[in-house]
Write a protein that binds this ligand. Structure first.
Ligand code: HEM
Length: 483
């Protein structure tokens, strides 16, 4: 036993020195290991990734390798070269890092799991013909929750933070639509599921980075357990309350031999995948509209031109002003890392002719938030919300954006791209459109302080999809007299 431990320790020390000794060769991107052994830049990266990566970009240019908690991560910030990463799933693997996160956040291990089958199921239920059905259910849930949400006395204003208002409503409606609820989850109140989910999500970035303190570990374990209990009946026994996708997903997990505990953890992961970004995205959009009267008037005016049924249920209806406003809100607040593991050595050909070797075992990370989304060469005044940024003068969608005089394929990337791009994109867009439409048509809503500005984003939330706000925006609302 003691020999095994000594052997492992020696191996670990040798490995440490091999890793610590890494130096840049002529084929490598610029290398920045940071001053702290092993940790490298982990602390600065975690505190505010956008600030850190902007600093590295100034120092090294649009490609560099940094050491982060023992791993070497090559960060690519030239959107003209993004396809080199997006379109090479053979050398650059998506699922390995996704599995690391699944285990860290959800304690989820699915050894026999077929990721492609699970994704196929999602495509079947969230895209194409089935999407219309999903949209109708979502619209019904949103509409009845909005009516119930207003003050009992319809003359009275109700005051709330816009973030908690938007997220709570969309989460509850999404939960009822996809996972069932009232009928099959022992009468669980979706508001209770939301509260527990918030406790869990508040620690999500720390879970992903493996930096939870002991008391936080206990909190996440308890929240995970409670959420698993809420989700336990979802999709079982053709329960009338849960949607067809969750039933099919359950059947897949069962066929693959996952036990009940792993099935519930997998459902929690899906709760996060389907609900975690939509609420925050709707908050940012609604907030930008309420703090920008010209944008608000333009979107309202467009909504009055298309009929209620169309706006709230059909993907196909054309709402270019709304689409541009949403695209703009997402440009400012969607900040995912697109991370891939180098499973086979690869020469990365940059669009300007430079070539770099990506080493096996390293990770590659795109961070489109810095470029294209906040790149002043591509988007003038990138910090400003301009609702018509993605509209041409004739009202059609604007898709021509340039960097270095060359037209860009990727001028904003809130949904990722390629094979691993967002499966739920159209459902998310339709849901947010329904939500904004229904809020405007059901409520009179205004800022409590007419001079209020949007909150900053939480610096530690870069890299995990939608940014979280560092505060909230107080609004008051009441049901319209005509309802
Ligand atoms: C505003 C809302 C949303 C945003 C901003 C968003 C963003 C993204 C992004 C950036 C990725 C790619 C990650 C990468 O390349 O590493 C992604 C993947 C994914 N999204 Fe979304 N998403 C949203 C809503 C949804 C919804 C509602 C669903 C489900 C119905 C969903 C399901 C998925 C799935 C399953 C993947 C993984 C695809 C794969 O495995 O290849 N998303 N999403």
């Amino acid at each position: 036993m003691i020999w095994t431990s000594t052997f492992l320790l020696i191996q670990a020390v040798i490995l440490y020195f091999i890793l610590a000794k890494r130096s840049r060769s002529s084929t490598d991107p610029p290398l920045d290991k940071g001053l702290i052994p092993w940790l490298g830049h982990a602390l600065e990266f975690g505190r505010d990734a956008a600030k850190f990566l902007n600093r590295m970009k100034k120092k090294h240019g649009d490609i560099f390798t940094v050491r982060v908690a023992g791993r070497y991560v090559t960060v690519l910030l030239d959107p003209h070269s993004y396809d080199e990463v997006i379109k090479d799933p053979v050398s650059l693997d998506f699922s390995r890092y996704a599995q690391v996160l699944m285990e860290r956040i959800f304690n989820l291990r699915l050894p026999g799991h077929n990721l492609n089958k699970a994704k196929g199921l999602m495509k079947k239920h969230f895209q194409g013909g089935n999407l219309a059905l999903l949209n109708r259910t979502m619209c019904m849930q949103l509409s009845s929750l909005l009516k119930a949400e207003a003050a009992q006395n319809r003359m009275d204003w109700k005051v709330d933070g816009l973030f908690s208002f938007s997220y709570s409503l969309l989460f509850r409606a999404g939960y009822l639509t996809l996972f069932g609820g009232e009928q099959n989850n022992n009468g669980t109140d979706p508001a209770e599921v939301y509260r527990e989910y918030q406790r869990f999500e508040a620690l999500l970035t720390k879970m992903a980075r493996g930096t939870l303190k002991p008391d936080e570990k206990r909190t996440t374990q308890a929240a995970r357990q409670r959420l698993s209990e809420f989700l336990a009946p979802a999709g079982l026994g053709e329960a009338p309350g849960s949607g067809p996708w969750v039933q099919a997903y359950r059947r897949l997990l069962q066929a693959e031999g996952a036990d009940g505990d792993m099935q519930r953890k997998a459902l929690l992961m899906q709760l996060w995948a389907t609900q975690g970004n939509v609420g925050p995205a709707a908050f940012w959009l609604l907030g930008f509209l309420l703090t920008n009267s010209e944008a608000l008037a333009a979107v309202r005016e467009e909504f009055t031109r298309v009929s209620q049924v169309e706006t709230s249920q059909e993907s196909a209806v054309r709402t270019p002003v709304f689409d541009s406003a949403l695209e703009e809100a997402l440009r400012l607040t969607a900040a995912p890392f697109m991370t891939r593991e180098v499973v086979k050595e690869k020469t990365l050909h940059m669009a300007d002719g430079r070539e770099y070797l990506l080493r096996k075992g390293d990770r590659v990370c795109l961070f489109p938030f810095i470029s294209p989304q906040m790149d002043p060469e591509i988007h003038q005044e990138p910090q400003a919300f301009k609702y018509d940024r993605f509209l041409n003068k004739d009202g059609s969608d604007k898709r021509d954006f340039y960097k270095g005089g060359k037209k860009l394929k990727y001028y904003t990337m809130p949904w990722g791209a390629g094979n691993n791009g967002c499966v739920g994109k159209q459902f998310a867009i339709d849901t947010i459109r329904q939500f904004v439409y229904l809020v405007f048509s059901h409520y009179e809503m205004e800022l409590c302080d007419p001079e209020a500005v949007m909150p900053e984003s939480e610096a530690s939330s870069y890299g995990f999809g939608m940014l979280q706000p560092a505060g909230d925006l107080e609004v008051r609302y009441k049901l319209r007299a005509s309802l």
